[in-house]
Structure formats: structure tokens, C-alpha cells
Design a protein. Structure first.
Length: 131
């Protein structure tokens, strides 16, 4: 069930002013619908550790269709790495076991990662900074 409604409040201060706000409601279960890379170091991937689904998910702010944090947070995702420098080995690219070994990058490098979340049609893709 989805819909829109208006809520009105009349001020009882003698002005007779009425404030109205439209809102949306739904009984739909929350599903992942947006992601953003976290600000600062929290959104960067550590070059001294392997880069895998757990590390990438930890660097993201995940929200549902209502704008709330996704709980519980996904524990797995399909990763596709691209825009990597020559010589970097990617293991099982495009799968939930995709990984790049520790120390494959230097601090300040960038890598493009596409993240597809199981159980949802949402796909996120952006450039991650290596710290």
C-alpha cells in the first residue's frame, strides 16, 4: 500500500494560521535504494589490506527508499573492479568473491568499483580513493 496524504495543524495562538504538510506513506518493506561513499578516511580503502566486498560495503553509506540506514547492513555484494593500474591482479572479478590483494595500490590511487547487491536491483558505481 502506497499513498500520499496531507496533515494540517491549526495554531491556537489566536492567529488562526493553518500549516499543512504533504507526506507519503507505504507498507512496503525497506529495501536498499541508494549508496554514497562515506566522507573522509571512512570512505577510503586501505592499501595494506585486501579489497573485497566487506571492505567496500564498510566504506558506503547505505539507505533504503525511506532515507533510513539499511539494517542489517548487507554482508555480501558482487564487485566489478575497473580502472586499475597495470600489474594489479583481480581475483574473480564480477563475483561476490572478487578481490584485490593487499599492497596492490599506493596511497592516493583511485579505483572504480561497481557494486551489485544481492536481493535488490540497485547497483552502485563510483571511484574509490586508496589510503
Amino acid at each position: 500500500t502506497k499513498g500520499k496524504a496531507n496533515a494540517s495543524i491549526m495554531l491556537l495562538d489566536g492567529s488562526g494560521k493553518i500549516m499543512t504538510q504533504e507526506y507519503e506513506f507505504s507498507k512496503d518493506a525497506p529495501v536498499l535504494s541508494s549508496a554514497e561513499i562515506l566522507d573522509g578516511a571512512a570512505g577510503q580503502l586501505d592499501h595494506t589490506q585486501a579489497i573485497d566486498a566487506a571492505k567496500v560495503i564498510a566504506a558506503l553509506d547505505l539507505k533504503d527508499q525511506y532515507g533510513d540506514a539499511v539494517t542489517p547492513a548487507p554482508t555480501n555484494a558482487f564487485l566489478t573492479f575497473s580502472n586499475v593500474k597495470d600489474g594489479v591482479t583481480i581475483t574473480k572479478n564480477g563475483s561476490s568473491d572478487a578481490q584485490i590483494a593487499a599492497n596492490a595500490f599506493a596511497a592516493g590511487d583511485k579505483i572504480r568499483i561497481k557494486v551489485a547487491f544481492p536481493g535488490t536491483s540497485y547497483v552502485f558505481e563510483d571511484d574509490f580513493i586508496i589510503k
